[in-house]
Design a protein. Structure first.
Length: 562
């Protein structure tokens, strides 16, 4: 398969990956080729009534639908302050769920007894989540009731208003500030280990291109970056408008897409090591360029750079992406376009003002050595992504990737042996692709890494007098891994957490978790990492930290807040 076509396929797979994951309606009941799903309020109907001096919450569940026992969250508040209540659930049915593993669910109907309620008027919030057997899962739903125990009145109310740091409709100064943040975040993406080797080689090709000016190639590259970001954002916005609760990086929550991305890095590293040659129309290291092939190579290098940057969230970028999630589609696309502009700008400036390019040494053996050296960061990234798939799917998933790499390597060797061997090579490529697309597109079974995030745990810890530090992370998030290795998981910070009575809680978004997606939305974020410090004092507001942490920052926070 030609590299330019491969780049396009990876981009298309990347932006559509999540549509076949948690909210996918593709798994169907036997004999139903196009299942239709009920609105959530029809699938699950609740009724809250008095039962002497207590409350009884009843649920009627439509046939073919079920509710998760562990996804129920009930809380009470009096004048905005949390109040204690007691709940008693009925036993449910143990189900091997494709999303949460072995868990307890309710079919047909159930009820929840609520006792020890406040003696004065209070607000009761009830969060639930359910799925359909045919394959659709709904985002968590929350209902709010205003209850007067004296008169025994129950009134359903709207959700309490949340204080948002950003307006729903951006004013001009705010929008320009966000666009600056977006561009800065995009520029920093160039320093990520999986992006930098690709760009380094491309800059060398700009300097040695024999047709077309460096500026023209820089513009073509920039167009590839910006259009790719807008394309990914367009799919993200479309899925969100269709009611799917997803965020930036959603494609990396799908194991087969991560496997494809890992294989791309594996193939690129073999190319840089000289195992095989990709024609001048793509990376064109020191090769002759025709005007058409050279520009298309520059354009698709921009596409590739966007794809390989997908595991990363740079400083400033999180604020911009979170802001985009709360805006109209037009403003959201504009913000993502500026992330692309920021990522393309350093290379574009270098080609528009080529004094720096002229200082590069003339082509020679040093370019071959550098090319081979840059293969190793790409190979390391491929190994890391295969580990991510192993975390998502278990050892069998990682074995499938390694088997696919074996077929890819065998195909590359065969391709140079003659016509019949080339046909066998294509068969090997198809086999490798099938291993990843089919083998890794199955529901997870018996995977210890699949655990749902329970936000009520934070409330319980705070009520018990503990401070809480929440780390929303994922195995595919490079920024998260850096913060954990350099700051969060160091002896200094562990000792500080113990000293200041801080309970460290991890919310793992490696695979899709609707509770974490909702948490991100609550805090105006659309991607990770997200770090929140919750003081033990329930009346104190949570503190959202920057995406790049330092030890001094955390130590100062703990000293000032405890």
């Amino acid at each position: 398969m030609k590299p330019l076509l491969l780049s396009l396929i990876f981009l298309v797979f990347g932006v559509n990956a999540h549509s076949q994951d948690f909210f996918n309606a593709t798994p169907q009941s036997f004999g139903d080729s196009n299942p239709s799903f009920l609105p959530v309020e029809q699938a699950y109907q609740s009724d809250l009534q008095w039962n002497n001096d207590n409350l009884l919450l009843g649920w009627q569940i439509t046939e073919g639908y079920y509710l998760y026992r562990e996804r129920f969250q009930l809380s009470a508040s009096v004048d905005g302050k949390p109040a204690a209540i007691s709940t008693r659930f009925e036993p449910g049915k143990v189900k091997q769920d494709p999303y949460f593993g072995e868990t307890e669910v309710y079919y047909h109907n159930t009820s929840i007894a609520i006792s020890d309620i406040p003696s004065q008027p209070f607000t009761l919030s009830i969060t639930s989540q359910g799925c359909a057997d045919a394959g659709l899962c709904y985002p968590p739903q929350t209902q709010h009731y205003r209850i007067d125990p004296i008169s025994q009145l129950i009134e359903k109310t709207s959700a309490p208003k949340k204080i948002s740091p950003l307006p729903a409709t951006a004013d001009v100064p705010t929008l320009w500030l966000i666009l600056i943040f977006a561009a800065l975040g995009g520029a920093i993406l160039n320093l990520m280990p999986c992006v930098f080797p690709v760009l380094g080689l491309k800059v060398l090709s700009f300097a040695n291109a024999r047709s077309g000016s460096p500026a023209s190639h820089g513009i073509a590259y920039s167009a590839g970056v910006v259009l790719s970001f807008v394309a990914v954002a367009g799919v993200l916005v479309a899925l969100q408008q269709a009611g799917q609760a997803i965020g930036w990086g959603f494609q990396l929550q799908t194991p087969w897409f991560v496997a494809l991305l890992a294989s791309l890095f594996f193939v690129l590293s073999l190319n840089l090591l000289g195992v095989f040659e990709i024609g001048g129309s793509w990376m064109n290291i020191g090769g002759d360029l025709s005007r058409q092939s050279g520009y298309s190579g520059s354009f698709f290098t921009g596409v590739l750079a966007t794809v390989v940057a997908s595991p990363c969230t740079a400083p400033f970028m999180g604020t911009a992406v979170g802001f985009a999630a709360s805006q109209t589609p037009a403003i959201s696309l504009l913000v993502f376009g500026f992330i692309g502009i920021g990522m393309a700008l350093p290379v574009l400036l270098l080609t528009l003002f080529p004094a720096g390019l002229r200082r590069l040494p003339k082509p020679g053996q040093w370019m071959i050595t550098l090319r081979q050296l840059l293969a190793f960061p790409l190979l390391a990234t491929a190994v890391w992504l295969s580990w991510v798939v192993g975390r998502q799917t278990g050892a069998n998933g990682m074995a499938l990737i390694l088997s696919a790499w074996l077929l890819i390597g065998f195909g590359l060797w065969l391709y140079r042996q003659g016509l019949a061997a080339k046909i066998l090579a294509i068969v090997a490529y198809i086999g490798a692709l099938s291993l990843m697309l089919i083998g890794l597109n199955k529901p997870i079974e018996n995977n210890a890494n699949v655990t749902g995030f329970d936000s009520s745990q934070i409330q319980r810890l705070r009520e018990s007098g503990q401070n809480v530090f929440l780390d929303v992370t994922a195995d595919w998030c490079i920024t998260c891994a850096a913060n954990e290795a350099l700051v969060l998981h160091t002896d200094t910070i562990r000792a500080a957490f113990i000293l200041h009575n801080v309970h460290y809680v991890t919310a793992d978004w490696t695979r899709y978790d609707p509770a974490i997606t909702q948490l991100l939305a609550d805090y105006q974020r659309n991607g990770i990492p997200l770090y929140i410090y919750f003081p033990a004092d329930l009346s104190a507001s949570p503190i959202v930290l920057p995406q790049v942490l330092s030890k001094s920052m955390l130590l100062r926070l703990l000293e000032e807040s405890t």
